[in-house]
Structure formats: C-alpha cells, structure tokens
Write a protein that binds this ligand. Structure first.
Ligand code: SAH
Length: 361
C-alpha cells in the first residue's frame, strides 16, 4: 500500500469503512498525498486531456458567451467572473483574450478562481499573468454581487456515493479492508440506506449500482441561489448523462488509460459521470432557471465554432490549419467528445435565454 493507502487503512481501522465519497475526496484532494496535490495531470504528457487543452476555440467561445450574457444582464459595472477548477488556466486565458473585443465587459469583470490544488494554482498564475485574479478554496467564498460562473470538468471530480441493490434493498458501497488488513476493498454497509434514492430506482434489479453526488447537488443549488440573489448565470460542461437511473461509472484514469479504483489511491484521477438532471433540479430548487443539458457539439456549433476555426486558419500553414480543424472536430464530433459531453446553463429566471440554448419549453 502507498502512503495514502496506509493513512486510509488506519482511518478504516479506527472509524470503520469509508463511503466512496470520503475515499474519492481523500484520493483526489488530500492536501499531502491527493492526486491533484501532487502535480499537473492535464495534457498529452499527463493522465488526461480536456477541451481547452485540445482547442483554443473552446475557451474563446466561452469567453464570448460570458460577454454576451453580461450584455443581457444589463451590463453591470462590476461582475465576478468565476471559474471552478480552472486546471492550467488555459480556458480562462483564451476566454479573456476573446472577450477583449467587448472592452466594457473586460473592464467590469473581476476574476475569481476556485482551486484546491497548489501545483495547478501555480500553473494558473503563469497562464493568467497580468490578469488580476483572486483564488478561493470554495465557491461560497466568492463575495456578493452579480456573477458569471464557468466549470469545465469540475463536477466529475466531486465525490460520489455509491449504492448497491441487494436482495435486502439498497446498501451503501464503502471502502474497507481485506481480512488481513493489507489491502483496500469494496464492502457493503450492512444497513440498507432508506430514502436516499429516488422512486424510479425502487425497481432496479439486484446487482444494480446507483450513484449520487451530494457535493455536486449542493454546489448547483448554491450557484442557483447566487444567480437568483445577485443576477448572472453559470455554464457547466462535463461528461455525463441526461437520463437519471442506475449504472456504475466511477473510474480511475492514469496516462490516458483505465486504472484500478482502489489501487494506489492518489496516483490516478478518479471521476464519475455527471448527473445533469440532478444538477438542473438542484438549481431549479433554488429558484434559478436551467437550460439544457445540451450536447457539447451542438452548443459549440450554435456559438459558431466552425466560423471561428475558419477565421483562425486563414493564412495559417497547412499543418497548423489541420491541427486547428482536427481539435475542433474532436470537441464536436458525436463519436468523440461532441455528444458524451454536455452543457448546462443556470441563470436568473428573468434573464433572456443564454446564447447557444433553446428557450425553455
Ligand atoms: N477546467 C480545467 C481542469 C479540469 S480538471 C480544464 O478544463 O482543463 C479538474 C479541476 O478541478 C482541477 O483544476 C482540479 O484541481 C480542480 N478540483 C478538483 N476538485 C476540486 C474541488 N473540490 N474544489 C475545487 N477545485 C477542484
């Protein structure tokens, strides 16, 4: 067992099995041994790659989306531009460069970055040198005021709880130890967890697995409450589903390949598919309007990714133009990231439909 594994084993010996959510939070965010504490995992040479690292058009179009949403908010003289989990800062750097064509928006925007990882904060400082930014550990540290929130691939990293359907009903899947205490393993908490799972899962077959992300629901609710109180909108992009229901999706990834979830905690990325229906419901529960979820490919097409790439490739060398086109293709092609990834907007109920979305039915 590695150092984090030994720390978790000691916790389990003294307190009993950990929920999958507690395990995930430690494996990802433990300040000493957690996955995100130990370096920069993003990019071709890292463990996984994200949309802003694939194409500059992604951040640019999101920057223009923010500027256009700010216009519909009535051009407030001050707006908090918040990014949750900014990674290397690439998305925000591209967004700010593009949004500079609306100078009043750029002048109004105060930059806030919510990030736990020290190495990634350092990367963000480098990418955003020159832009005055304030860093926070949690969304609720953002000061009051109108706001625009962006989150790409943050919600999939928020800890989930897992439930297993047994003959005796739903039980929580937890992380315990093998008999000799040498290895982490999944165990089922003996008490069926009553009431945590929605009605439609009542008939799930024995052996089914269901996942719930309490932290994601709370965050979507808090974002909804903020935009209702102060005005503004949020854009959440991630891989996920638009259908509620059972299914196991927790996965570990290292060097662009699948990895065992419990082996060497902290050494691989852990993520789970985002339940967009639950996020939209949580935001609506706070009085906000929810738009989408829309497939990423459709959203980027509606914002004009083709036109943006055509403009960027003008006068480019052939190889460079080809790289720009294939990056955009990867983000929009339904067989690649275009349909697995979804976009959800959360907005003040009086705001006009945000760019790229259909008015609510
Ligand atoms: N948005 C970036 C990075 C995605 S990776 C991109 O698209 O490239 C996930 C990001 O969320 C990382 O920056 C990670 O450090 C951060 N993160 C993970 N869990 C977090 C949490 N609980 N609170 C804040 N940031 C978190």
């Amino acid at each position: 067992m590695n150092a984090l594994g030994r720390h978790l084993a000691a916790l389990i010996r003294s307190q009993g099995p950990l929920s999958v959510a507690q395990y995930m939070a430690e494996a990802l965010n433990n300040p000493r041994y957690g996955y995100y504490a130990s370096g920069d995992p993003i990019g071709r040479d890292g463990d996984f790659i994200t949309a802003p690292e694939i194409s500059q058009a992604f951040g640019e179009l999101i920057g223009l989306w923010c500027a256009s949403t700010w216009e519909t908010m009535g051009r407030p003289s001050r707006v908090h531009l918040v990014e949750l989990g900014p990674g290397r800062g690439t998305l925000m750097a591209d967004a700010l460069r593009a949004a500079a064509i609306v100078p009043d928006f750029r002048a109004a925007a105060a930059l806030h970055l919510v990030e736990l990882s020290e190495p990634l904060r350092a990367a963000q400082r480098r990418a955003l040198a020159g832009a005055a930014a304030v860093w926070h550990h949690r969304f609720d540290e953002i000061p009051d005021g109108p706001l625009l929130v962006i989150a790409n691939e943050l919600f999939d990293a928020l800890p989930i709880r897992q439930f297993h359907r047994t003959a005796a009903g739903w039980c929580e899947r937890c992380v315990g130890l093998t008999g000799d205490g040498s290895t982490l393993r999944f165990v089922l908490a003996p008490d069926p967890v009553a009431g945590s799972l929605s009605g439609e899962l009542a008939d799930a077959a024995i052996g089914s697995v269901a996942e719930i992300c309490p932290a994601g629901r709370v965050l979507a609710h808090d974002i909804g409450a903020r935009v209702v109180s102060f005005g503004g909108a949020a854009l959440i992009v991630d891989y996920g589903t638009t259908q509620p229901g059972a299914g196991e999706t927790l996965q570990a990834v290292r060097r662009h390949r699948g990895h065992d979830v419990l082996e060497s905690p902290g050494a691989a990325d852990l993520s789970a598919r985002v339940d967009f229906v639950a996020l939209a419901a949580a935001a609506e529960g706070a009085g906000a309007a929810a738009y989408g979820p829309l497939e990423q490919g459709r959203f980027l097409a509606a914002l004009g990714i083709r036109e943006r790439i055509a403009a960027l490739t003008k006068g480019c060398a052939l190889a460079e133009a080809e790289a720009l086109r294939s990056g955009a293709e990867r983000l929009t092609d339904p067989a690649q990231m275009g349909s697995l990834f979804k976009v959800l907007a959360i907005a003040h109920p009086d705001l006009t439909t945000p760019a790229g979305f259909e008015p609510p039915r």
